[in-house]
Design a protein around this ligand. Structure first.
Ligand code: PMV
Length: 323
């Protein structure tokens, strides 16, 4: 074993994942598609601790709580199974955004951990197998293994991984409305939606349909169609989530105001489309030449950042280890 450091970036889905076909293997009920960003990275170092009795997690310089530590330990058990070893490890992880605030920190977190742990345990995994491994930590993490725009295939354990697909260049404006940790985790909220929403089966079948159209729009470089599907699918997901019993709402009045401002910008000739994950923050896709002007228009709603397509998860050199 060796000490290994990896870096990964969050991804924001343009066709969303909401609901599992298998809770243990983390297989999605439908496929999804996302953009991996070039900002908000997580850097994670895995240090072998062969004499320790438990794994230890340090998150942003502080010892993590028992719940967070258990979650990574369960994931590391899977890595240990693959490696045929039972060594414990010390995991030091740094996020450049607050954990659990709906900015996909679980995606960058588990993509970085999967990459660093696979290195530490000397697993020589093909990219699709690394994506499958990251999926076991947090479903959306499998989409942060490949670069840029990635499709995550629904399927069985062997076929459910993410890979890059051809797509036109675009920018994303992240409008951070609220940095607080969300009240319900996506994992728990998803489970409740699948168990209680009368719209769930329609959501699953229509998502597969949208995904097929989205992959075709990406291949054709059709930004307008990509945008229309992105905004429509995001609103459909939030509608679905609100139909959970008892209801769950992630968007707040500011989030809705941003969706409205983006629709107004469209009327005035800046073509842009909104989406939002399990939180109030909004991500807006836009053509590269319109990004700065639109970011300026949205700056009154919160902290605004223009980001682009980013690299997949990768190993760093020892000099970059998280202290
Ligand atoms: O992988 P999780 O459990 O963090 O769930 C991600 C859920 C959404 O971000 C809301 C949608 C998505 O496809 O990323």
């Amino acid at each position: 074993m060796r000490t290994t450091t990896a870096r990964a970036y969050p991804n924001i889905a343009l066709v969303k994942y909401w609901g599992k076909a298998d809770e243990e293997l983390i297989l999605p009920a439908a496929g999804s598609l996302s953009l991996t960003l070039d900002h908000f990275e997580t850097t994670t170092t895995v240090v072998p601790a062969p004499d320790a009795e438990t794994d230890v997690l340090e998150l942003d310089g502080a010892l993590a709580d028992a719940g967070q530590t258990d979650r990574i330990s369960t994931f590391l058990d899977h890595v240990r199974d693959l490696a045929g070893r039972d060594d414990r490890v010390l995991v030091r992880s740094r996020n450049s955004v607050p954990t659990g605030a709906g900015l996909a920190s679980s995606a960058s977190g588990f993509a970085a951990l999967a990459t660093a742990a696979a290195g530490a345990f000397d697993l020589d995994l093909a990219p699709r197998d690394l994506s499958r491994l990251a999926r076991r930590g947090s479903g959306s993490a499998c989409r942060s293994i490949p670069d840029g725009i990635a499709v995550w295939h629904a399927g069985d354990d062997a076929s459910s991984f993410a890979e890059t697909v051809p797509a036109p260049d675009m920018r994303m404006i992240i409008v951070t409305v609220n940095r607080a940790r969300k009240a319900v985790s996506s994992r728990e909220a998803m489970r409740l939606t699948a168990a209680t929403s009368p719209f769930y089966s329609g959501w699953v079948s229509s998502t597969e349909d949208y995904l097929e159209q989205m992959v075709a729009a990406c291949a054709a470089g059709d930004f307008t169609r990509i945008g229309e599907i992105t905004e429509s699918h995001a609103l459909r997901m939030h509608g679905l989530i609100q139909s959970t019993v008892p209801p769950i709402r992630f968007l707040n009045p500011t989030s809705h105001a941003i969706f409205d401002a983006v629709a107004e910008a469209r009327e005035s000739g800046i073509e842009a489309y909104s989406t939002a994950d399990a939180g109030p923050n909004v991500a807006v896709i836009v053509r590269p030449h319109d990004a700065e002007a639109l970011a300026e228009k949205l700056s009154g709603f919160g902290d605004v950042r223009v980001v682009g397509p980013g690299p997949g998860a990768h190993l760093l050199t020892a000099a970059d280890a998280v202290p």
